[in-house]
Design a protein around this ligand. Structure first.
Ligand SMILES: [Zn+2]
Ligand SMILES: [Zn+2]
Length: 765
């Protein structure tokens, strides 16, 4: 929080004007101010203005209102975020009371809160046997409950939410209109008399079943698979320690080994299975309740095979709390078939995925998955940013502000969209891969939702450079002017925008991922770009190697292993144990493809290099279920103690410099021949990438006086690499920037695209 630069101790006879900027609308801020003024016996008024609230405060006695300002900052509503407070003298109007003035909708950027976990007050009421909302699964207040997923449009008012069809009972209405009540203007306010109700049904027959949550709990204990409607969609739930149930859930979801998320009743249960650092604990118990990836202490069969982490979350809706009252640990995974978006309505085919359905009659307007985070160096790294974080606005550097509205479409895989208006960017939840038809529909749904919610009328669209991405085609068909931005450049611009780096500051962007379309038409992915918001220079990259079979190479890591072996040894490739699993004819075929350049585009992909080494080291299967599986297993295998690394070479006669891994691969093969442990091969490889980053950064410092390095791209979800590379560069005196509130993977492309468009606008002014 930034305090006002202005002097906050001005003594005024008896009246002041206070303007509070930040996330202070739709979060119970005005009633909070009302209650505070009441408590301290001040008169005046409060109203919403563009991205803030304005307060007029007066007192018949001489005061500096310090008590008010202190309380304002120390007891503000949990969902609010104060960016700046301005205080100035005002005329004394001799007002008789304190009022909340009606908001007129104007040009302002009106904030909508993310969905927030049930607060302590509501939880206590729900557990209180004599409270009128005892065991009511939809209890909420001004400080907690559903928001983003139930709002249809602005202004944020009950009739614009999916609660519109529930008429408030007299008790609820009295709470709703009383500014001194903690449910004053809580739009989703409800109780057992007037609010939503749950219902349990048999999935195949649709037959209703009595017993509610109690019955649901016992069905889970019996090993059944349940679909449970939450905030942003249905979860598929089963008992986490019932291996047969977990196995069946995996079959239903068509998910062989990809980790499943767990929901535990409390922290003590989580700590039985995983270590929890203070920063991880803080995230787990925060009101946003993400899934946090934690280091395994004790394995749970079938949940996260071959990996050293488990993903845990705590209950976040009242319904989850009630469900886990008599259960310790459940699997709670998104209800979708492979590669499709999370289901939000029963009609979407939920019955095919479970034995029983626990649903309710409060519709979900916008779907959103659970967010997934890990902690590296005490800071969050987002693997997926969605429920609980969306639609938090991101302020841009003041010099980048533009009067135009902008829509950015991201890339193709793990997509998000971002909208820009009046100095703020709002980034959508994770939308999945757009090459899947249903995800593309979800992408369109979300564009509609965000532009409507924030009253954005796009005048400019930004898309990726790839000519065949669905998002690029959407931009072309929009009829609006559009810009295209290179993938790895957009990656680098995202944290520049997030951390409000000023225009003209040049950084070295280390952009390491699986694939992005390059200016030369090749598949880029191991990129070192010297960049500012306007442009970039490709300073260095991983040397191109053939990608035999194109997309198929990402699914079959042995193809990349062969490609790198041929790069290091020519056509006389050595005998490597891992290759014995591959059919001789297939090896021959791929070698022929590489030699003749048949269906073998060139790539500098860092992800594919990790695939190759993972396969050679024996940590990857022949075929992978999802793109990052082989790299994740290689990371899991790496030990912490090994300091050594492998050789590499940098061709630095001309720009861009090229990094060759021929030496690295030869040394890996040598280690394999000498039966060096997988853990140390993996660790040495991680150290090699770290050394490469460090030496390119040194060259950038020498030649371009670069002092700031940015780490982006999906490869930086790798905890060990991120930690080691950050430490190495800090030791060399660099500042290291990385995304903290957004994911380093392709989810952040749309933010970077907005940054580029804003700079372009600025250059045109
Ligand atoms: Zn509450
Ligand atoms: Zn009611």
């Amino acid at each position: 929080m930034k305090k006002s630069k202005k002097n906050t101790s001005i003594v005024n006879k008896s009246a002041v004007r206070i303007v509070v900027f930040g996330v202070v609308q739709g979060v119970g801020f005005r009633p909070f101010i009302y209650r505070l003024a009441h408590k301290l016996h001040y008169t005046g008024w409060v109203k919403n203005i563009g991205f803030g609230v304005e307060i007029h405060l007066e007192s018949k006695t001489k005061t500096d209102f310090k008590d008010f300002l202190n309380d304002l900052q120390e007891t503000k509503p949990p969902l609010s975020q104060i960016e700046e407070i301005i205080l100035e003298p005002a005329a004394f109007l001799d007002l008789k009371d304190f009022t909340i003035k009606k908001t007129k909708e104007g040009k302002s950027f009106v904030f909508i809160s993310p969905d927030i976990s049930v607060c302590e007050n509501c939880y206590q009421e729900m557990m209180n046997a004599v409270d009128r909302r005892h065991h009511y699964p939809f209890i909420n207040c001004t400080d907690c409950g559903p928001r983003y997923t139930i709002v249809k449009s602005l202004p944020y008012d009950r009739k614009e939410t999916t609660m519109e069809s529930f008429a408030m009972c007299e008790d609820c209405r009295n709470e709703y209109v009383d500014p001194l009540d903690r449910r004053y203007h809580a739009q989703p306010i409800a109780c057992p008399i007037c609010g939503p109700q749950i219902h349990l049904a048999h999935a195949k027959t649709g037959r209703k079943i009595k017993g509610g949550i109690r019955k649901t709990t016992s069905l889970i204990k019996e090993g059944k698979i349940l679909a449970v409607k939450g905030l942003g969609g249905f979860h598929l739930i089963c008992h986490a320690l019932n291996h047969q149930a977990v196995k069946r859930l995996r079959q239903i979801k068509e998910r062989k080994t990809k980790p499943l998320a767990l929901m535990a009743r409390n922290l003590e249960i989580i700590e039985k299975y995983a270590s929890v650092s203070p920063a991880e604990r803080e995230l787990l118990v925060s009101a946003r309740r993400p899934i946090v990836l934690l280091k395994k202490k004790k394995d749970i069969r079938g949940i996260s095979p071959h990996l050293d982490e488990l993903g845990f979350m705590l209950p976040y809706t009242p319904l989850h709390y009630l469900l886990l009252e008599h259960l310790d640990l459940i699997v709670a995974t998104s209800s979708n078939k492979k590669d499709a978006p999370i289901m939000k309505d029963e009609e979407e085919g939920i019955d095919a995925l479970c034995d029983y359905i626990l649903s309710h009659d409060r519709p979900i307007h916008m779907r959103a998955d659970d967010s997934v985070i890990k902690v590296v160096d005490e800071q969050p790294v987002f693997i997926r940013r969605a429920r609980g974080y969306v639609p938090y606005p991101q302020r841009v550097h003041k010099d980048l502000s533009s009067p135009r509205h902008i829509l950015a479409l991201g890339g193709e895989l793990k997509d998000t969209i971002s909208v820009y208006k009046n100095g703020y960017v709002v980034t959508s939840q994770f939308l999945g891969d757009l090459d899947e038809y249903q995800n593309f529909k979800y992408f369109e749904e979300t564009i509609q939702h965000l532009t409507r919610l924030f009253e954005v009328k796009p005048e400019l669209i930004v898309a990726d450079l790839h000519p065949n991405f669905h998002s690029t085609r959407y931009a072309q068909k929009s009829g609006l002017p559009y810009l295209q931005v290179q993938h790895h450049f957009a990656h680098i611009l995202a944290p520049l925008l997030e951390h409000k780096i000023p225009p003209h500051k040049k950084v070295l962007g280390v952009s390491l991922d699986g694939y992005g379309y390059g200016e030369d038409g090749n598949a880029w992915g191991g990129e070192f770009l010297i960049a500012d918001y306007s442009s970039y220079q490709r300073f260095a990259h991983f040397q191109y190697v053939p990608l035999p079979g194109g997309d198929l190479a990402a699914k079959q890591p042995w193809r990349m292993a062969l490609s790198y072996l041929m790069d290091a040894f020519g056509s006389e490739i050595p005998d490597v144990k891992a290759l014995k699993k591959v059919r001789k004819n297939n090896i021959k075929g791929v070698m022929h493809m590489v030699e003749q350049g048949i269906n073998s585009p060139l790539t500098s992909s860092c992800g594919r290099l990790f695939d190759a080494v993972s396969f050679l080291a024996g940590t990857s299967p022949l075929e992978v279920e999802f793109e990052v599986k082989a790299p994740m297993r290689l990371e899991s295998a790496a030990d912490e103690g090994t300091q050594q690394s492998y050789g590499f070479s940098i061709q630095s006669q001309s720009l861009p410099f090229q990094i060759s891994f021929a030496k690295t691969i030869r040394s890996v093969v040598q280690d394999l021949g000498q039966n060096v442990k997988t853990s140390s091969i993996s660790s040495k490889f991680h150290n090699t990438i770290t050394r490469i980053i460090a030496s390119i950064a040194e060259k950038a410092k020498k030649e371009h006086r670069i002092d700031t390095v940015v780490f982006v791209g999906g490869v930086f979800l790798n905890k060990k690499l991120l930690h080691r590379a950050t430490a190495a560069l800090k030791k060399q005196g660099f500042s290291v920037l990385r995304p903290v509130n957004y994911s380093p993977n392709d989810e952040s492309l749309s933010i970077g695209q907005i940054a580029y468009a804003l700079q372009k606008e600025r250059n045109n002014r």
